[in-house]
Design a protein around this ligand. Structure first.
Ligand code: WTA
Length: 671
């Protein structure tokens, strides 16, 4: 809890700041919103938690299209929940077929903006209607079938931000295959590890992806991944039978006869007729790997009905979606935000979802604002780390463009500092757009704590109040609920439909990580302050997981990557506050005897981590030391390392420290 106690103070100062006033939703906004007042929200919320079976049952009946109605809303024996028992439905049918005989059929489902080749050049663009997307998904689902993919099989998706990524996901759901999307910025090793863990039969990838004017060699990484051998000498990814390759960059790639096939060629063999397979409510839908506090990422498992309901309802109410909206969530589909709020949530609502392939500052720092003006985007959902970068690049970039189409702004991924909130509100939102600061996790599947834009008065820096049916509380170390005006561990007391159902292949880790800290409740891993109004101020992770530029990175994962370099004896990785990224990674490294520290080695180690995990996990700072501070029982004293990394004076009890002189050396260690 050490991090909570130090940073709880931050949240307290944030809440106590005089310049942070409540901002009431504008009357014009509330008048048209789905939920129009705080009283309206409170009434519905009270009903939803007083009678969860009634609430969720009604929502599931009215929101989802069922092939077979469910018989029972919930069966819960902590930590195992089953929702909507006995029901059958299909996710792709709910996102696509549902709209075919309606005026939505010819509405844009996806607006896609490709990365421009160079400054001054326009990006490629595509508009895909619901009808076209349905056809693309049916055809690609037939391709999957043609290659023997069946209900329950795992399929790994490793693609750039192109519409085919959504097509691949939806095609899996159409036939009941379980997708696992791996972020295109992850390395070959990460791909191999995820194939091994999920025992996937197929990889869907591209020849490459465009990023800041260069090509990310995705297929090459897949080739490398398929060659990586495990401890027993056999390939980690030996379960892979087929690799489907999308042509995107026209890069020269190796095609292995019999194993690798081109996406466009495959389409020649299939029809556009592919009925959606009715799936059990609890059938696995997808696995998404996320960092935890051990070296091995966990495969978070989501299932069919509950996940879809969560994504759909939150998209509608939190973003106050209307038919005419042009909605843009800037997340990559490799993260859960991309799953729930680029693909499933918007499409289940018949909305228009914008997808952008590239970086926010390529070719120039006004890329986002250009896109907003071009498509008349009405809702923008992005991350605080991006907002802070925009602030740094300067107001002149957004000011060059007409952002008057925007009516709502969203934030996700980490606590948003009040300065960034105010800038977002004033410079991007022109003081007229409500901001929804949404707290949730890969594990929760959908937004959990959030303002409802027409109802909830906001304060910069707080995610405010729980969504319908969600019961968050803060507790002390004994699991006792704490009153308002205090800080503690954030737990969720009642089950909710889009909650994770397990850690793939590791039931023990599921129980230990989420259900052992506080008996009978889901433990989020976050520390939180609740103010006098009952508003939730997320403080940050209290486990050994960092939030770097909105990405979750387990320190243990980076440590084991460093330790796998032949020069390294031992490594400890901690976070330090960073103005842009929220947190930056600092690695303390001791080298094997006989190895001398030098600046090139630092770069070599950074590259090594990039290769093992991906560029997002490269340490920002590597400090070499003769030894790491340890307790007498041999535990690395992370609390001290955190203080050293942040350059603060060492406070607290060091009496258990084995070798005090280590501290002084670390504080000054440069090479
Ligand atoms: C953090 C991303 C403060 C939090 C959807 C959580 C936030 C972790 C917020 C999950 C927010 C996410 N305010 N902190 N609005 N949203 N977080 O799994 O620490 O990538 O536990 O899911 O991000 O990260 P994940």
């Amino acid at each position: 809890m050490s991090q909570t106690t130090t940073t709880a103070a931050d949240a307290n100062t944030r809440t106590a700041r005089k310049d942070i006033a409540m901002l009431k939703p504008a009357k014009e906004f509330s008048a048209k919103a789905h939920i129009k007042s705080l009283a309206h929200y409170r009434k519905l919320y009270a009903e939803s938690v007083a009678n969860p079976d009634g609430f969720w049952g009604r929502q599931a009946e009215t929101e989802l299209v069922w092939d077979k109605p469910f018989k029972k809303v919930l069966q819960f024996k902590a930590p195992h929940a089953k929702w909507f028992l006995g029901g059958k439905l299909n996710v792709s049918a709910n996102c696509l077929d549902k709209w075919l005989d309606t005026p939505h059929a010819n509405k844009a489902a996806i607006l896609w903006e490709g990365e421009p080749a160079a400054p001054g050049k326009p990006g490629e663009e595509r508009t895909i209607t619901y009808r076209q997307l349905h056809r693309d998904v049916c055809m690609f689902a037939n391709v999957l079938k043609r290659h023997g993919i069946k209900k329950g099989d795992r399929v790994l998706i490793y693609l750039p931000m192109v519409p085919e990524a959504a097509v691949a996901m939806l095609a899996c759901t159409r036939i009941g295959a379980v997708h696992s999307v791996v972020f295109g910025g992850f390395s070959a090793q990460s791909v191999a590890d995820r194939v091994y863990d999920s025992q996937a039969r197929m990889i869907i990838t591209a020849d490459g992806g465009f990023r800041r004017g260069s090509v990310v060699q995705l297929k090459k990484s897949v080739d490398e991944a398929l060659a990586i051998k495990g401890a027993d000498g056999t390939p980690l990814a030996k379960t892979i039978e087929k690799v489907i390759v999308l042509r995107r960059t026209q890069t020269d790639i190796h095609i292995q006869e019999g194993r690798d096939v081109w996406w466009h060629r495959e389409l020649e063999y299939v029809s556009a007729d592919c009925p959606a397979t009715p799936m059990d409510s609890e059938a696995p839908l997808f696995i998404l790997y996320t960092s935890g506090s051990t070296g091995k990422p966990k495969g978070i498992l989501h299932t069919t009905a509950g996940y879809l309901l969560g994504a759909k309802l939150t998209s509608r109410y939190v973003f106050d979606l209307r038919d005419e909206d042009v909605y843009w969530c800037t997340a990559d589909i490799g993260w859960v935000t991309g799953h729930s709020y680029v693909v499933y949530g918007p499409l289940a609502n018949g909305a228009t979802s914008l997808m952008y392939e590239g970086a926010p500052n390529w070719p120039e720092p006004d890329r986002f604002w250009k896109i907003i003006a071009k498509y008349r985007v009405t809702i923008l959902y992005t991350a605080p780390t991006a907002i802070r970068a925009f602030m740094k690049w300067g107001d002149q970039w957004p000011k060059k463009h007409d952002l008057s189409s925007l009516r709502l702004l969203g934030s996700v991924g980490e606590p948003i500092n009040p300065e960034a909130w105010m800038w977002y509100h004033e410079v991007i939102g022109g003081k007229r757009c409500p901001i929804v600061d949404t707290w949730w996790q890969t594990e929760t599947g959908a937004i959990m704590i959030t303002p409802l834009p027409g109802a909830t008065p906001t304060k910069p820096g707080t995610a405010t109040l729980p969504f319908f049916g969600i019961v968050p509380e803060i507790v002390d170390d004994a699991g006792k609920t704490l009153p308002n005006n205090s800080s503690g561990k954030l737990v969720i007391r009642k089950p909710w439909p889009s909650m994770l159902r397990g850690v793939w292949g590791d039931p023990k880790r599921f129980v230990e990580t989420y259900w052992s800290e506080v008996k009978g409740s889901y433990f989020t891993g976050d520390g939180c302050h609740v103010d006098k109004d009952g508003y939730f101020w997320i403080i940050g992770r209290i486990d050994d997981v960092l939030n770097v530029a909105g990405h979750r990175i387990g320190t243990a994962e980076v440590e084991s990557a460093l330790a796998s370099n032949p020069n390294v004896a031992e490594a400890a990785v901690v976070g330090r506050p960073d103005e842009l990224k929220g947190q930056a990674l600092v690695a303390f490294v001791t080298l094997k005897s006989g190895i001398k520290a030098h600046p090139e080695l630092r770069e070599e180690l950074r590259q090594h981590v990039g290769k093992e995990i991906g560029p997002v996990a490269k340490p920002d700072d590597i400090r070499f030391a003769d030894a790491l501070p340890k307790t007498r029982s041999g535990k690395i004293m992370r609390r001290l390392l955190k203080q050293i990394a942040s350059g603060v004076e060492i406070k607290g009890d060091t009496t258990t420290l084995e070798d005090l002189s280590v501290l002084a050396k670390l504080a000054t260690a440069e090479d």
